[in-house]
Design a protein around this ligand. Sequence first.
Ligand SMILES: [Zn+2]
Length: 215
Amino acid sequence: MAKMKKNTTAAARGNAANGYVRIEQYNSGTVERVAGNYREILKALGEDPEREGLLKTPERVAKALQYLTHGKGLDPAAILRSAMFKEEYQQMVIVKDIEVYSLCEHHILPFFGKAHVAYIPNGHIVGLSKIPRVVDAFARRLQVQERLTVEIRNCIQDTLKPLGVAVVIEAQHLCMIMRGIQKQHSVATTSAFTGEFQQDRTRAEFMRLVSKRGD
Ligand SMILES: [Zn+2]
């Protein structure tokens, strides 16, 4: 059981300044195919794809969708392995408030919010900036929030082999909000734990630390 004194807990805040590189390259064949289909979708919706405002929309949507799903072509485990270090540190490491932007695979509408990730090292630590990149690699694809949560947990557990992993995601789903199924601003929370985080005390400590509002 790792010691969980507050003053020995490492915490870091996820942010955009951690080396995330936006992908600006597109597969032209895919752009063409998706754009062609989107022209048909616009017609089926009673729109005129030739009107000025819509002329370039199919190509824009095709590129946006490729960007928003590019995580499928990434290897999140490789991202972790690229910055693993031997270290005897055995306290909880938390990266909280990681921005999450994903697409619900049932409606292809965004869901977005915050992820909080923690692990307790067991001989290895990982560069803190890699955790948000792993979250992003799994989020940038057609997803459901439940699977996203478990995939992040499993990737860290299987790659880093720590004493435990905790993942909590709080997200708003436009498919619920825009379609009026749930009250505005309702937030779905999912969580997944392994190892020491399955013990009440450790999990409670993690939840206390991530629910504490910073600065
Ligand atoms: Zn949905």
